[in-house]
Ligand binder design. Structure first.
Ligand code: GLA
Ligand code: ZN
Length: 673
């Protein structure tokens, strides 16, 4: 069995992507000396090195990598070794130009960037397996090797290829998945617009069409493209397992929904030995620390709650957004430690030394262009020491309070064209519900809609448009057995083939919610509706309203104006031992908080009113004890109540009663007992 943590590491991982091939070897010695100064324990190397390792077909040069791994090992730095299969050398493409992927409009991408790969291409598959084999044979038993880093960020920048080999591969995938072409006709609804196929050979990828294409075909193509990338990952992984038994294999995910939308991480999480993630702050005006917490919670959930590893984030600004602000003093440490609080057994960066040339020279690094006389460097050294002092929490698990249902397939389906309104955005609902839970200081696990939910007092379902019958049965049993469920509009509408469930909306949720939805009535841009509540309170909705017809559900809030005036906006349904809430409009932050206030009462979750706004309090627990993180994102000094005495690990001070957390600071208390 492969390990599930980097081998040979006793504490947390700290370091980053190290690309020494961009520098003369004389610089490597300085690198390693400074790595030691910063407390670096692991680096990722070789991710983009295929052209150096195999300069011409079948000719290998491992000398530089041998010297590098030896040097790192002599200095006690563990290595996360990349398989360089995300960028084949130019000679490979000259021999096999059809390995370059084709966009939906038929244009073939060129060499000269990265990630230009058709994952169905047989020559690519063979070459990738070969270089992986050569690397594994070479470094099997090398004492520096801690884990394998396969490829880089599957799914970006090319999420699917539409070439002829992919067309052939897609047909095989359909034949294996559905058996007959008639089954495909049925499930895709090809009777509509005369799209019927007589033979698998007639089916193509969903290339550019005059107007909207078949949605079920588009959804299946997402699944196919994802499965094809996963096949290639599994091939590499199995080679590595065979040749270097025991060494864990990962590939770096990008679970933040804004950073990769083409990969079903529930499925990928089952294939890797250790879940690793890359996370970058998207500075679009929203609260970046909330988005970070959400991505970290999603990553931990994909890892089934086990510790995972933050393999890349940035010390300061990135360089691929329209505007890339630097991080404020202290923000890097808050970011890194927030990932640790939510289950990462370390914090690594892209990259170690800032590049002078190439596309990412304005991306921050641990060692900036300005060298060691810089704020970033001083903060990196300080963070290295902090990470070291947190070693005891390695292997502990973050404690979650509530669950949010999440499914990439539903998200893919919801983002297809020709929906009731383009203003509804599934991710926006997920983000907003998450933010409302965050502001109530509740730690969130994400759960697949068919997963066991019994340990959560509260389960939130933000716009789960695609839901299987099994998912419906699952949430129903959850409520009957005493759970509290909150469902937002446009959930439970279609099955796994984007076909509307039979009968009134929302098919598999009708019984559990005790209502039906007769019609959607999206609002025009900028329009809002007033909603009145039982205590005379008023809320506001926008984007979406519905004609809800209550069955056994009671109406709690009612539309006061608009087309749906007089109809329920929010309902509550007691079922078995539990309660199911439904909200049929897009509530703003105030409305979501009010709704969650009622639902958390039903779920008997005590309010955490004693915790200050924008102060994250998260616990990790395990054999080595309970560790309470308090991360102060606010501009004020705050106090956080402690349930027991303990030792603050970053300062070494004893802590009891009310823990002082200065503005912008992080405190981690190991509780006694
Ligand atoms: C990704 C990649 C890295 C680098 C960073 C920059 O995460 O994996 O190679 O490009 O982005 O933010
Ligand atoms: Zn292709």
């Amino acid at each position: 069995m492969p390990e599930t943590t980097p081998t040979g590491l006793t504490g947390l991982a700290f370091g980053g992507d190290y690309n020494p091939e961009q520098w003369p070897e004389s610089v490597w010695h300085e690198d390693v000396r400074l790595m030691r100064e910063a407390g670096v324990t692991m680096v990722s190397v070789g991710i983009f090195s295929w052209a150096l390792l195999e300069p011409s077909p079948g000719v290998y040069d491992f000398g530089w990598l041998d010297r590098l791994l030896d040097l790192l090992h002599e200095n006690g730095i563990r290595v996360d070794l990349g398989t360089p299969t995300v960028v084949p050398p130019v000679w490979f493409y000259r021999k096999h130009p059809e390995a370059l992927p084709v966009a939906a409009d038929g244009i073939r991408y060129e060499f000269g960037s990265r990630g230009a790969i058709c994952h169905s291409n047989a020559d690519y598959r063979e070459a990738a397996a070969n270089i992986t084999t050569k690397l594994a044979e070479r470094y099997a038993g090398h004492p520096a090797l801690a884990m394998w880093h396969v490829h880089n960020e599957y799914g970006v920048p090319v999420s699917a290829c539409y070439c002829d080999s992919c067309a052939a591969h897609f047909r095989r995938w359909l034949a294996t998945t559905y058996g007959t072409v008639d089954a495909v006709n049925e499930l895709w609804g090809t009777a509509f617009w005369g799209q019927r196929y007589a033979d698998f050979e007639q089916i193509n990828p969903p290339r550019v069409t005059p107007t909207v294409g078949n949605p079920a075909q588009a959804l299946d193509y997402k699944r196919f493209a994802d499965a094809t990338m996963r096949e290639n990952f599994v091939t590499e992984r199995d080679i590595l397992h065979r040749l270097t038994p025991g060494v864990p294999v990962t590939t770096n995910f990008m679970t933040a929904l804004s950073q990769c939308d083409s990969v079903d991480y529930w499925a990928w999480g089952r294939e890797v030995d250790i879940v690793t993630n890359d996370h970058y702050l998207i500075t679009d005006g929203r609260r970046t620390h909330v988005n970070l917490a959400m991505a970290a919670d999603l990553t931990r959930s994909v890892a089934s709650g086990s510790p995972w590893l933050l393999l890349e984030h940035s010390t300061s600004g990135i360089n691929w957004q329209p505007r890339n602000p630097a991080k404020a003093p202290g923000q890097m440490a808050r970011n890194s430690l927030a990932h640790v609080a939510r289950g990462s057994d370390g914090a690594l960066f892209f990259q170690w030394r800032q590049s002078r040339r190439g596309a990412e020279k304005f991306h921050s690094a641990m060692l900036p262009h300005g060298g060691t006389e810089t704020r970033v460097w001083r903060e990196v050294v300080e963070l290295g020491a902090s990470i070291d002092s947190l070693s005891p929490l390695r292997g502990t698990r973050t404690q979650a309070d509530v669950a949010v249902l999440w499914d990439w397939h539903s998200w893919w389906a919801q983002n297809l064209q020709w929906r009731p309104t383009e203003d509804h955005d599934a991710r926006e609902r997920a983000d907003s519900f998450y933010e409302a839970l965050y502001d109530r200081h509740l730690t969130v696990d994400f759960a697949h809609p068919e997963a066991d939910l019994s340990r959560y007092p509260l389960v939130v379902v933000p716009a789960l448009y695609l839901m299987t019958e099994a998912a419906g049965t699952n949430v129903r049993a959850y409520v009957e057995n005493g759970g509290t469920l909150v469902v937002s509009y446009f959930s439970g509408i279609v099955d796994e083939h984007d076909a509307v469930h039979e009968g009134a909306y929302p098919g598999p949720l009708r019984d559990v919610l005790g209502l039906t939805v007769e019609e959607f009535s999206p609002l025009l841009q900028g329009d809002t509706v007033r909603i009145t509540g039982p205590d005379g309170s008023e809320l506001t909705g926008d984007v979406w309203t519905e004609f809800v017809v209550p069955g056994d559900a009671e109406t709690v809030w009612t539309y006061a104006d608009g087309l749906t005036a007089g109809h329920p906006a929010v309902t509550r349904h007691g079922l078995g031992e539990g309660t199911a809430w439904y909200v049929s409009t897009r509530l703003d932050a105030h409305g979501l908080d009010a709704l969650l206030g009622w639902a958390t009462e039903d779920a008997r979750i005590a309010p955490r009113a004693d915790l200050p706004h924008d102060v994250e309090v998260v616990r990790r627990t395990g054999e080595s004890g309970t560790f309470l993180f308090a991360i102060n994102h606010s501009p004020s000094d705050v106090k956080v109540p402690l349930e027991a005495h303990g030792t603050e690990l970053l300062t070494g001070e004893r802590a009891a009663g009310r823990l002082a957390v200065p503005a912008g600071a992080v405190r981690v208390v190991r509780l006694d007992g």
